[in-house]
Design a protein around this ligand. Sequence first.
Ligand SMILES: Nc1ncnc2c1ncn2[C@@H]1O[C@H](COP(=O)(O)OP(=O)(O)OP(=O)(O)O)[C@@H](O)[C@H]1O
Ligand SMILES: [Mg+2]
Length: 215
Amino acid sequence: MTVLTVASSKGGPGKTTLCQVLAGSLAGQCKLVVLDADPTQALSRWATSTYEGPTFETFAEPDETQLAHLIGTKAETADLVLVDTAGFGNRAATVAMTSADAVLVPTLAGEADITEAEKTVRLVDGLAKAARRDIPARVMFNRVRRTSLAKHAEAEADRAKLPRLLSSLSDLVAYGEMSYSGRLPTSGPAAAEVSALIEELIKLGWIPTSTRNDV
Ligand SMILES: Nc1ncnc2c1ncn2[C@@H]1O[C@H](COP(=O)(O)OP(=O)(O)OP(=O)(O)O)[C@@H](O)[C@H]1O
Ligand SMILES: [Mg+2]
């Protein structure tokens, strides 16, 4: 089992979108539980009312006093527990990061965005120290436009020694549409970069490899 938390101190860099992509790609492949720790419940609403695809278990739990228990219980039987969080120093987000085996930090390419992503990675480092165990975190660039800004952003992240994924998600309407259609992109550049992302996360051991027939 793995607990993978998606977090960022800044609002809006694509946490929920990333969770949608991961959940839709992994449902039916492994025993997946998706927890929505954000009080807005955007992810759990999407999962229960909009999403069209193989089913997965999902719960909304914004209460930090309940969340660690729920993550612990679900992690006992699931192959992957995926947790979406709220930004802005939300307490449930801190619980979700502390409970995680790994943390993904989506970020946009702006200077302020990268500074916030760095803060989130440093916070995870601190939480890991407090818990006396390793909690790896990686930044993932989202809404990338293939311009010089993207190159600057990558250079800035590398200068700050931010651990980052090689994969990124481009700024594509396909991702925005997914939140309304409930369907993941199945062709074109979005589908290709989602596959690359999944492959990279499998290689890191952050998501399960095996395809199961009994889920
Ligand atoms: N790669 C992308 N291409 C195009 N649109 C995107 C992409 N990623 C996210 N978006 C859009 O950006 C907006 C914000 O994304 P999202 O809700 O996933 O961010 P968030 O980090 O979960 O925000 P919050 O902090 O409010 O929970 C949404 O309208 C979403 O559809
Ligand atoms: Mg969100």
